[in-house]
Design a protein around this ligand. Structure first.
Ligand SMILES: Cc1ncc(COP(=O)(O)O)c(C=O)c1O
Length: 402
């Protein structure tokens, strides 16, 4: 098939939720992908932060084939034991914050947050959930209700009841919103989809202390930041934050749809048989892929590499604030999760298009910015190639308008 035919079929039959980019991706290898005509693109989107060990990594293909040859879904699913699940649980125990001892598996980020919200209500017997403005927690009705962005909430009214919002990075506002009806606070340690908003150093610890004082649980949503995206395996645990739930997806299985939540023993003790479940909860295929991906990330010391590459990228990109101040408002980020905020949406759109014309795929975020979140095993030369393209694209847009 040629791209033209693919465009026609998708434009006719695929649900019309997206402004589509006219490229039909046929295959990938590492940080590169190719369209049906064989044109190569560098991927700085990692499928929205998912393909953390690159495209078509043999580690994933081998796990899929090996496990696929054995079994992909257990008889009676979670009621029976699985060595693939047990292996993954052991591996996760080594990287999760120590007190988060119990794990359950899911299929996506939204489903994971949905479960954590539901179980927090069950455990505390309280109805209210506090979330933050500009947050993103998913697209199911309960996670859209927990999402602090009007564009992702308002068109689905009536939303689920009992959600409150406070400004991000504001401990006083959070303290005022907490009372004895609050079951949980749900929080991203860095707001991802909201535009890579990094809170002040004491914020997360402060949130966790306020939750404890109020008897509310803390759900840390690390769906975007987890699995070494910002350097450490998780931000939770690395900065004195005592979460009750940690929610995970995206990088957990490098592109295979999978997710998980971890919870403390105290929380788990208050849960009962039947409180949660799911047909695919820890299916052996997903577990085998997730195990292979996480093992690769650990064995290749990805944490250190992400810190090095992130520093390199951020240092270089922050120079653009002064070099191209007419276009670049701010560059911020941690590890390989970086946002270039432009002076306005028109500039951001033009630069995204110029990047595409030069063979680089980036994600436009909040209209006004470009989010950079490539595979975590990206090599220095590949990162520099992408940075060079972005700088060239910025230069061309600035020159054209001056
Ligand atoms: C922080 C966060 N939570 C939840 C989600 C929802 O995950 P999914 O799209 O897998 O449902 C996302 C997706 O971007 C996310 O970034």
């Amino acid at each position: 098939m040629l791209s033209k035919e693919t465009f026609e079929i998708e434009d006719t039959y695929f649900a019309p939720f997206f402004v589509k980019q006219k490229i039909s991706i046929e295959k990938g290898d590492g940080v590169y992908v190719w369209d049906e005509e064989g044109r190569r693109y560098l991927d700085f989107t990692a499928g929205w932060g998912v393909t953390c060990i690159g495209h078509a990594n043999p580690v994933i293909t081998d796990a899929l084939v090996d496990q696929g040859r054995k079994i992909i879904q257990n008889p009676n699913s979670g009621l029976t034991y699985s060595p693939a699940r047990a292996r993954l649980l052991s591996l996760l125990a080594g990287i999760l914050p120590l007190h988060l001892t119990r794990v359950f598996f899911t299929n996506s980020g939204a489903e994971t947050n949905d479960a954590a919200i539901k179980l927090a209500r069950k455990v505390t017997g309280r109805p209210e959930i506090v979330s933050t403005y500009q947050s993103f927690h998913g697209r199911t009705i309960s996670t859209a209700s927990a999402t602090g962005q009007a564009k992702n909430r308002d068109r689905y009214r009536p939303l689920m009841p009992n959600y409150r919002f406070v400004p991000y990075n504001d401990l006083d506002a959070l303290e005022s919103s907490l009372d004895e009806s609050v079951a949980a606070v749900i929080l991203e340690p860095i707001q991802g989809e909201g535009g890579i908003r990094i809170p002040s150093d004491d914020y997360l610890k402060g949130v966790s202390e306020l939750c404890k004082k109020n008897g509310s649980l803390l759900i840390m949503d690390e769906i975007q930041t987890g699995f070494f995206r910002t350097g450490p395996a998780f931000i939770t645990g690395s900065c004195g934050v005592n979460a009750d739930f940690l929610t995970m997806a995206k990088g957990i299985a490098g592109g295979f749809p999978f997710g998980a939540f971890a919870m403390s023993e105290e929380v788990a003790e208050k849960l009962e048989i039947g409180d949660h479940g799911g047909t695919y909860c820890g299916n052996p295929l997903g577990c085998a892929v997730s195990y292979a991906v996480i093992k690769y990330l650990i064995d290749n010391n990805i944490s250190k590499k992400v810190e090095e590459m992130g520093r390199l990228a951020l240092n270089r990109m922050q120079q653009w604030e002064s070099a191209y101040g007419d276009a670049v408002a701010e560059v911020r980020g941690k590890g390989l999760l970086i946002m270039i905020e432009f002076q306005n949406e028109e500039i951001a759109t033009k630069i995204k298009d110029e990047c595409l014309a030069r063979g680089l795929l980036v994600t436009q975020t909040q209209g006004i910015g470009i989010r950079i979140f490539p595979a975590l095993n990206i090599k220095k030369g590949e990162l520099e190639e992408g940075l060079h393209i972005i700088e060239d694209a910025i230069g061309s847009v600035v020159n054209r308008s001056s």
